[in-house]
Design a protein around this ligand. Sequence first.
Ligand code: GDP
Ligand code: MG
Length: 163
Amino acid sequence: MKPVIALVGRPNVGKSTLFNRLTKTRDAIVADFAGLTRDRHYGNGKLGVHEYIVIDTGGFEPDAASGIYKEMAKQTRQAVAEADVVIFVVDARAGISAQDHDIANYLRKLGKPTVLTANKSEGMTDGVQFSEFFELGLGEVLPVSASHGQGMRSLVDLALAPL
Ligand code: GDP
Ligand code: MG
């Protein structure tokens, strides 16, 4: 059985772009606006020695009261439950938001293996720019760029090597 990776994060951080990179397809819907990929979406991937299944998710709003946001949150929870490891994606350029904190708290409580990754970090070489993400309490952050294909191998190694 291949390990299952769930991509989790608030809308627009680049989960679907990362999904496409990790699966070498363009199957997920990449939106130029927040929250278009509303269903869970599965793909097969292979990178280096690792073979895996990736689940893309819509945005994540743990406290969403109703409607589509509630459904998105439910789908994401189901994806996380199915996964062996979670890749929690934050936006290196936007920095930490309240939603990021909510998601981090949820993942910490769950205790599922979680890799924190800061996407959109192409051209950002100063480590200090990433230090704020320690606040999320999920350890070190791995800078990647899904759209430029940077850090993909490190990310998959970090996520799957311990399994
Ligand atoms: P999702 O809502 O988390 O699935 O995010 P998407 O994958 O739909 O991407 C949201 C926006 O961020 C799109 O305009 C992407 O082109 C852009 N994006 C994704 N990855 C990167 C990246 O590594 N660098 C930059 N600069 N933009 C990115
Ligand atoms: Mg998406």
